[in-house]
Each structure stands twice: as C-alpha cells, then as structure tokens.
Write a protein that binds this ligand. Structure first.
Ligand code: GKR
Ligand code: MG
Length: 395
C-alpha cells in the first residue's frame, strides 16, 4: 500500500466563550483534518491544530516525505517534516491506515490496551453566556453549579477548573466549594496557566491547605521551570505542567530542578502517539506522573486520545478533554458517550471513526468564509473589555 495524496481540510467549528488567562475563546475554533489516500483505496484520518500551525510549507514537506511511500515509515517521515506537530498528525493518520489495512485498532498497534475504558476529567471553565446551553459561569457558586451539571450528565470523577480568570482567592474559594459539594473522593485540579507569581502561587497553596482543600495537583501556577521549582520546593502539593515541559529538551532541566510532579502529554504537540508512549516511560523512570492535556478538538482526536490513554500503563490520571463543550462533531455516530466519566476504546479498525462528509463540508465552508482566521483569545476578550492585556504574572 502506497500513500498517493495528503489532503488537509481546515475547519471552523462553533465554540462556547470559555475564559482563560489569555482571554476568551472565539465563537469558532480552528482544526485541520488530515486525510491520507492510498493506491488501495483506503484512507487514514487524523486531526490537528488550525491552519496557522499546518502551514503550506510544512504540508509541502509532508507531501514530499510520504507520497509514494508505505504508511509504516512514520519515523522517516518525522525526520523529513520540519514541524513536530504535523509529523505527529501524519503518524496518527498512518496508524489509522495500517489499522484499517490489517484489521487492528490503533491501541493494538501501540502494544495493546491495558484498560478497556479510559477515565476523563470534567474540564470546567469560567465563561460568558453564549449560544451553548451552559450559561454564564462567573463566580465560585456558578462554577459549582456547572460542575454538578457536568457530573450529572457525564459521570466524571475528576474535576479540572481552568483558573487564572478570577482573583486567586476567589479561585481558592471555588475549589473549597467544589470540595465541600463533592466530598473527598472527587479528584480536583486547578490550572491558572501561569498567571500567578511565585509568591501568589505559594499563598494559594497555603490557603488551600488552610481551607483543608486537597488537590490532586495544581497545574502551571507560575511560569517556567525555574519558577515552578521555586514553588515546588516550598509546598507539598504536587505540580503538573503542560506549559513548562512541552518538548524533550525541557525534560532534563525540569527533572534536575525538581520543578514538576506530573507531565501532561499531548500527541498533537509531542510528535504523535508513540512519542507520548515514550514520554510515559521517561516519566516512570523519574517517578513522575503522566497525564494528558487537551485543547478544543473533534472526534478524530477524541478517538486518538482514547487509544493512546488505553495503551499507556502509567497514564492513570483522568485525561483532560474539551469534548463535552463541542456543539457538533465531524464523525459519524457522534457524540462519544461518557459512562461514569469514561470512554470505551472505539472497536473498529484503526482509530475506529468515520468522517461525516456533510458536516466536514459545512465546517470547511465556515472556515473558507473566514469566520475566524487564527486563534487569538486576547483579541476576543478585548472586544468585550477594551484595553485588557494578558499580563503574566498578573497576580
Ligand atoms: O482551551 O482555553 C483553553 C485552555 O486554556 C487551553 O488552551 C490550554 O492549552 O487546556 C490548556 C491547558 O493549559 O491545560
Ligand atoms: Mg494546563
């Protein structure tokens, strides 16, 4: 089987006004669906960031690397593609192809699943009221109400709050109310995306302790490996990151500096599914935990994340996913149904998902019309609060 075409289809998909320390999500998020065609008539699927990351230059490189080649050469492709993100997306599509050709699931090709159901976390945001049904979330009490509805509907057993929006003590209060509402068995996380200084991070950790609020971990309270290490040496609360350890070069300084306890993998930015498996082994070697990071995504990535999480033994922390925020998907049979916060590994060959061509065309058309051209959460917030700046550290 030889690859005959690399198709990249940019999409703009409706997104709620979710807030973070950079600003707020635009009414649409951008993704690119990759489709690899072959001389045997099979196609392999994958999904990655929007077209500002999947550039024409990198697509050209990808075409030069893969056209005429069989899909099992992902390592060679990665060496030729200048973007680790695009190389990762090509790897996923190649795995999907190979799985379809040999009637194996992607998780089987990663060594086989070690769990049939993958736990995910309720990923909760402060937000403005929008087209979605969740309403405004602007206070600790409204966050508790959102958590109740997410837990009710999806059964999540872990709650991650995207912080860095309200002043730090209001976010401590949010976590206190969540702990009080859900009791000791609900795992809680807070992620302010590095908007606090070292001193504020220490104060928050102390206030959480004083309020008797135990967190599974605090995620990126402050910026950089050195800052995280300064926080970590003075608290007992575990620290996680998807911001200061984002590539292999960051691992050694983070381990040497004792900066983090948990690294959050992301196959979209680490170079694919096998790279994340390797990261799992590295984390195990250094007694670090492994979790999974997420950004707004569709069902193709949802399937890839589930196959990966099923195949990595030490990925025991519930994975992040933005999927419940999705208004509509581009895969047939969506949305994926969570049971007690878990997803079953898709059972079909490859990733186990089929594209819904009508939906794909609809969201490609929205992209073509330019409803959003690139992600800029700060520009979106400035439309609501003129003059606002994403200062870090802000508190
Ligand atoms: O979707 O607003 C968002 C998140 O803030 C996302 O962009 C981050 O990458 O999920 C993220 C995280 O830091 O964990
Ligand atoms: Mg994070």
């Amino acid at each position: 089987m030889r690859i005959t075409e690399v198709e990249a289809i940019p999409l703009a998909v409706p997104d709620p006004p979710l807030r973070n320390s950079w600003g707020v999500h635009a009414p649409y998020f951008l993704r690119t669906v990759l489709r690899l065609h072959t001389d045997e008539g099979l196609t392999g699927l994958s999904e990655t960031y929007g077209p500002d990351i999947v550039t024409p230059l990198h697509l050209d490189q990808a075409r030069r690397a893969v056209l005429g080649e069989p899909p099992h050469l992902a390592q060679r492709f990665a060496l030729r593609i200048g973007s680790v993100d695009l190389a990762g997306a090509i790897e996923v599509a190649c795995l999907d192809l190979m799985g379809r050709a040999t009637n194996q699931r992607v998780c089987d090709m990663l060594g086989g699943p070690v769990r049939a159901r993958v736990p995910f976390a309720a990923y909760l945001f402060f937000k403005y009221a929008g087209e979605d049904t969740w309403g405004e979330v602007g206070s600790p009490e409204q966050m508790v109400s959102l958590a109740e509805r997410f837990v009710d509907r999806f059964g999540f057993q872990t709650i991650k709050v995207k912080g860095g929006v309200l002043p730090p003590l209001a976010e401590v209060e949010t976590m206190r109310l969540l702990r009080r509402r859900f009791g000791p068995h609900m795992a809680l996380r807070l992620d302010p995306n590095a908007v606090w200084s070292v001193e504020t991070s220490l104060r928050v950790a102390n206030e959480l302790e004083r309020a008797d609020v135990w967190l599974e971990y605090l995620e990126d309270p402050t910026g950089g490996i050195a800052g995280m290490a300064r926080v970590r040496e003075r608290i007992t609360l575990p620290l996680a990151t998807n911001m200061c350890v984002t590539s292999w070069e960051d691992v050694a300084p983070a381990v040497e500096g004792g900066a983090v306890d948990v690294i959050l993998c992301d196959h979209h930015s680490w170079g694919g599914l096998r790279a994340c498996q390797e990261l799992g082994r590295v984390c195990q070697t250094f007694h670090l935990g492994l979790g999974m990071h997420s950004n707004s995504h569709l069902g193709i990535s949802m399937a890839a994340m589930t196959h990966l999480a099923a195949a990595v033994p030490n990925l025991v922390a519930a994975a992040d996913t933005h999927y419940p925020w999705l208004a509509d998907d581009v895969v047939v049979g969506a949305p994926f149904a969570f049971t007690e916060g878990n997803l079953e590994v898709p059972s079909g060959p490859g990733l186990g998902v089929t594209l819904d061509e009508d939906r794909l065309a609809e969201y490609h058309e929205l992209f073509r019309r330019g409803v959003v051209r690139q992600r800029d959460d700060t520009a979106e917030l400035i439309k609501r609060q003129p003059g606002w700046l994403p200062i870090k550290p802000k508190w």
